[in-house]
Design a protein around this ligand. Structure first.
Ligand SMILES: [Zn+2]
Ligand SMILES: [Zn+2]
Length: 736
């Protein structure tokens, strides 16, 4: 057959994942000549071959590409004939408009794990063993293209042996940018909490210190963890006291699936997630009897994850006990990524296990759960981010989306793709706002991205809105309503075109009328929305304070029901206030003083938790909902009454019935059913796809019940239902 020259361009996550050596090996298999190189858009191949072999070659690419790669598009064209003597990997071409994806950090691969524990291997016990198919990526990258000089590995000069592996296209470590070994790579250092080095065998020492009940700050991939023995109740209590975290559940790292099963009831899909290359924290049902109540007090769910770095593996392999592993950060601040940040936690940890490879981009652990066999991402970070999301249409502009204020993420959008940052956190402190800005700069720099449109939330007090207004310059600002963005995020992820019926059950989000929405039913598409129905407004006594104190929301609803007579009632809510307080709040309620109006289902959850005596003041966000999940009983049937007229849902009839219920479990179970019933009633006349989003759908029981009633309902699987998904929704809001 006649030989021709072809150019093949491949886009997607194709750099830093062993793509060029994979192509090199294919070229050897099919005996073709030519070149392969990276460019700013992905990988480019030139080859001399006939059409038949070309097709086989392209099929092989599609079916056999390396484990960390993902392909968005393969394009080929014929060029004027050129002569090649052999097949070569050639150097990265010019930088320009960057569209290739930044590879995320993934966990250690099987081959590296085998070598780690093989005493005859030269990397035996090396805590930073890695290859082209595994290890750190995003967290060490300063810039694209992904070459060693653009990462924090540039400070380590490869030894001769590593250099040889790095330069051999047939080696598993060919162009593995973080390559290193005992001789030339990063090293561990164990220090006490004032920075004095502790000598002798590091891993053994760490394991002994953990066994003795110490709390150790361990530098990982995207930040530090605070780690301690999960079987030692005294130590966990010490960590709770020092971190001022009385009840919020801790995640637990386990050696392997066997140890995971000792703590959790794990189904097949949960096991797949636990052992996936992303290795997220997976929230599963706890095994009974519970080994300890200290890890997640009063909650029968536990967040488990497997060791994802060689360092974690070495520690757990020697320790043979589960480890509490929680992100090291000061409350409301981002995860600590260097010793200087970590010093603020000096009073919390006893020792630090440090290493000398810089963390360039901070990245928390990801958190997922499985509901009705669907993956629900609660926090999208390490392993998943920053990966691009393909849109069902081309964007007219380059859009920067600034997200919301809680569980913040940002995104950039161009052509038909969106790059969503990892979870940044709540923008409640100067430190977190700085970290937020750094994340924006990082994405803009790496993708050589310049926005023409800046999309942001409508809430005037959000830090993200303030930032939008400050940084706008000559760019166009685009306000996107919070709950519209929630639904749009799901539509974008699922590539839905056309109108949908969106249900956004949420904490709070700023509405068009300046009120705090969060119980919203809307028909929408990318161009706009129509608010079909919402919960009747109720007042949040004390404004922001009401978000932490369910009793304030409940009291406000009691005032709606009984007015001034509330002080004659005797229930858990009224008992949570003094008579003076009841009188003061009544005046505030009546006059609307510091009492913004809200239609939020999240706050309704809080109110119910207070009225039933489950929770009056929360020590962490979402506590009331978690406690209500615990009390739900699937054998209870029926729901309460509620009013629905002119697009307004009246929950007061439900509350009256609930207050006369003697059994808390029945009341809570019926409350869940009532919410499902509300969706049913409002959605019934509409023949449109049903889309669910908003932070309230992180509630496992509610989401499970809604998906049972509406198996066709669409939820997001790749972005969180909470405000972490807002940025994606903001990007795709078209028209200004
Ligand atoms: Zn590996
Ligand atoms: Zn080396």
């Amino acid at each position: 057959m006649e030989l021709c020259t072809y150019r093949v361009n491949i886009t997607g996550t194709v750099q830093g994942v062993g793509f060029r050596p994979f192509i090199y090996a294919l070229a050897e298999r099919y005996l073709v000549t030519g070149t392969v190189s990276n460019n700013s858009k992905g990988v480019e191949i030139l080859l001399n071959t006939d059409t038949l072999t070309l097709n086989q070659f392209l099929t092989a690419i599609e079916y056999e590409y390396p484990p960390l790669a993902s392909i968005d598009n393969i394009h080929h064209e014929e060029l004027p004939y050129q002569v090649f003597d052999d097949f070569k990997i050639i150097e990265t071409k010019e930088a320009g408009e960057v569209t290739t994806n930044i590879p995320p950090d993934v966990s250690i691969c099987k081959e590296c794990e085998k070598e780690l524990f093989d005493s005859s291997n030269r990397r035996y016990g090396y805590p930073f063993i890695t290859c082209t198919h595994c290890g750190v990526r995003y967290s060490i990258i300063y810039d694209l293209p992904y070459d060693r000089v653009n990462t924090s590995m540039k400070f380590f000069k490869m030894c001769k042996v590593c250099e040889e592996e790095y330069s051999n296209p047939l080696d598993r470590r060919y162009h593995a940018q973080p390559i290193g070994c005992h001789d030339c790579g990063p090293k561990l250092e164990l220090m006490d909490n004032v920075g004095r080095g502790v000598l002798s065998q590091t891993i053994d020492n760490v394991v002994n210190l953990l066994k003795e009940g110490n709390i150790i700050a361990v530098k990982g991939v995207g930040g530090y963890h605070l780690m301690c023995d999960a079987t030692n109740e005294e130590t966990i209590q010490k960590l709770r006291d020092r971190k001022h975290r009385p009840t919020k559940p801790f995640a637990v790292m386990v050696r392997d699936m066997e140890m995971a099963r000792e703590l959790g009831e794990i189904n097949e899909m949960e096991e797949q997630l636990l052992t996936s290359k992303e290795k997220p924290i997976v929230v599963v049902g706890e095994r009974t009897p519970r080994p300890t109540d200290m890890i997640a007090p009063n909650i029968s769910r536990i967040g488990l994850f497997l060791p994802y770095t060689p360092l974690h593996l070495l520690i757990l392999d020697k320790l043979q006990r589960p480890l509490v592993a929680t992100s090291a950060n000061v409350t409301d601040e981002p995860i600590c990524t260097n010793l200087e940040d970590l010093e603020k936690l000096q009073g919390v940890y006893d020792y630090v296990l440090e290493h000398n490879r810089d963390i360039v981009n901070g990245c928390d652990d990801s958190v997922v759960m499985v509901v009705n066999e669907q993956q629900v991402i609660l926090r999208r970070a390490r392993g998943y981010a920053p990966v691009s999301i393909k849109l069902p249409f081309k964007l007219e502009h380059n859009v920067l989306a600034l997200g919301a204020n809680q569980k913040s993420t940002i995104a950039i959008g161009f052509d038909n793709q969106v790059i969503l940052s990892p979870h940044i956190g709540d923008l409640d402190s100067i430190g977190s706002v700085e970290y937020y800005k750094k994340n924006i700069e990082t994405l803009e720099r790496m993708y050589h991205f310049k926005a023409d449109v800046v999309a942001h939330d409508m809430h005037p007090q959000y830090e993200s809105t303030k930032y939008a207004k400050r940084c706008v310059g000559k760019r166009t600002l685009r306000e996107v309503q919070h709950h519209h963005a929630h639904i749009l995020g799901v539509m974008a992820e699922k590539q839905i075109i056309g109108k949908v019926f969106g249900v956004a059950f949420d904490g709070t989000g700023y509405g068009d009328d300046g009120k705090l929405w969060g119980g919203e039913f809307m028909i929408c598409d990318y161009e706009g929305y129509e608010r079909i129905a919402h919960l009747n407004y109720f007042k949040l006594l004390g404004g922001a304070k009401a978000i932490k104190e369910p009793r304030r929301v409940a009291l406000s609803l009691l005032f709606d029901l009984y007015g001034e007579d509330v002080h004659t009632l005797n229930n858990p809510t009224t008992q949570a206030f003094s008579i003076t307080e009841l009188n003061t709040y009544f005046i505030a309620w009546k006059k609307g003083l510091n009492a913004p109006e809200s239609s939020s289902v999240g706050r309704l959850f809080d109110a119910v938790a207070s009225l039933l005596g489950i929770c009056q003041v929360m020590s962490f966000e979402g506590e009331s909902g978690m406690m209500m999940e615990e009390l739900y009983d699937s054998s209870v049937v029926g729901h309460y009454n509620f009013g629905y007229k002119d697009g307004k849902i009246d929950v007061l009839p439900m509350l009256v019935e609930m207050l006369s219920e003697n059994d808390t479990t029945i009341a809570i179970s019926k409350f869940f059913h009532t919410l499902v019933e509300m969706i049913d009633v409002v959605y019934a006349p509409h023949d449109l796809p049903l889309v669910l989003s908003g932070g309230v759908f992180q509630n496992r029981v509610l989401l499970g019940l809604v998906l049972e009633r509406f198996p066709e309902a669409i939820i997001s699987n790749a972005i969180p239902p909470n405000d972490g998904g807002i940025a994606l929704g903001q990007i795709v809001r078209t028209l200004i």
